[in-house]
Design a protein around this ligand. Structure first.
Ligand code: NAP
Length: 312
């Protein structure tokens, strides 16, 4: 399998997505002398690169900017021979080798890792974009400590929103969950904990229609879904947790997904198609933390290596 000089006609491994999982797998694959191409539609780093300051990734006691961490991961992958190329994958043809069709050229590879991650679903209201990183966040675990002692709003009613509410209630003065219905979607055990927590309140049957502020977000306008009545609620920060969108639109139907669109995998990180693996946030059941995605990239690599050995 050794690393060749020019780009090979057939890559050992094509990694789709240059986030934490994909780049970690690329580092290991490069060191394992697999001819590896990483296909990324944006800049390397995925959601990692979008974080202002990452304080919970081990090894950086004073924190590290997401952009810097992403750039270092990409540099490390390249150092060991992985080719990182800008290309948006449109489809994968399940032949052997696999054919990966992109916005540019087509790639052939013996094994594929799907590491495309997710993007947070946006509310799509005025002020959301403007105040992102200035009082609007999509990641309570990442940004929660920056909002210590404040009154916070969380938008959503699923597991993420209630997990976030429970986590933020430990840090914040108080937390109000704004949900569009009068019933949560979250697991009952999380609901019970949230209802029992004196720092968590609920604004039922309301949707956020605008986020306002000056230097940072200071208030939201909410509207009752039935009466249409609008009111303004002051806040020290808005956490939006209305679901994530797994980046799986390009996958063939043979790669099975759960009802939310996350890719199903065995313990070996192999999907329902032998030779196609998955790691990181796009995998059903993932923990959605950078450190976890890094670990998944390593574990996927070990199983990809085994797969390629058997194919020899
Ligand atoms: P989710 O389960 O899809 O919930 C999204 C929530 O946001 C729902 O309550 C939904 O309201 C609301 N919502 C969606 N679009 C909205 C909009 N435009 N405006 C206002 N509200 C909107 O997403 P998630 O909570 O991120 O969870 C994703 C997956 O990860 C799920 O399978 C979940 O079980 C899993 N997860 C599990 C855990 C855990 O086990 N602890 C933690 C996190 C995530 P409706 O209820 O009215 O639809």
């Amino acid at each position: 399998m050794g690393a060749g000089s020019g780009p090979p006609a057939i890559w050992d491994l094509a990694i789709i997505g240059a986030g934490a999982a994909g780049l970690t797998c690329a580092i290991y694959a490069g060191r394992g002398r697999l001819r590896t191409v990483v296909l990324e539609k944006m800049m390397p780093g995925g959601q990692v690169a979008l974080n202002d300051l990452i304080e919970n990734y081990p090894g950086f006691a004073d924190g590290i900017s997401g952009l810097e961490l992403a750039q270092e991961m990409a540099k490390q992958a390249a150092r060991f021979g992985a080719e990182i190329q800008t290309a948006e994958v449109h489809s994968i043809e399940i032949e052997r080798p696999f054919r990966i069709l992109t916005s540019g050229e087509a790639y052939q590879a013996k094994a594929v890792l799907i590491a495309t991650g997710c993007s947070p679903r946006r509310l799509g209201v005025p002020g959301e974009k403007e105040y992102y990183t200035r009082g609007v966040s999509y990641c309570a675990t990442c940004d929660g400590p920056l909002f210590a002692g404040k009154s916070l709003l969380i938008v959503g009613g699923g597991n993420t929103a209630i997990d976030d509410a429970l986590y933020l209630a430990n840090l914040a003065a108080d937390v109000t969950v704004v949900h569009r219905r009068d019933k949560l979607r979250a697991d009952l055990i999380l609901q019970e904990r949230a209802f029992a927590n004196p720092k968590i309140d609920f604004l039922w049957s309301h949707v956020v229609t605008e986020i306002k502020g000056n230097e940072s977000a200071e208030a939201v306008t909410v509207r009752h879904v039935e009466t249409g009545e609008a009111q303004e609620v002051a806040t020290g920060g808005v956490f939006i947790a209305i679901g994530e969108i797994p980046q799986t639109g390009f996958l063939p139907e043979q790669v099975h997904k759960d009802d939310s669109g996350y890719v199903l995998a065995k313990d070996t990180f192999e999907t329902t198609v032998p030779g196609i693996f998955v790691a990181g946030d796009v995998r059903a059941g993932a923990y959605r933390q950078i450190a976890a995605a890094v670990g998944e990239g390593v574990m996927a690599y070990r199983n990809i290596w085994n797969y390629l050995e058997v194919q020899k």
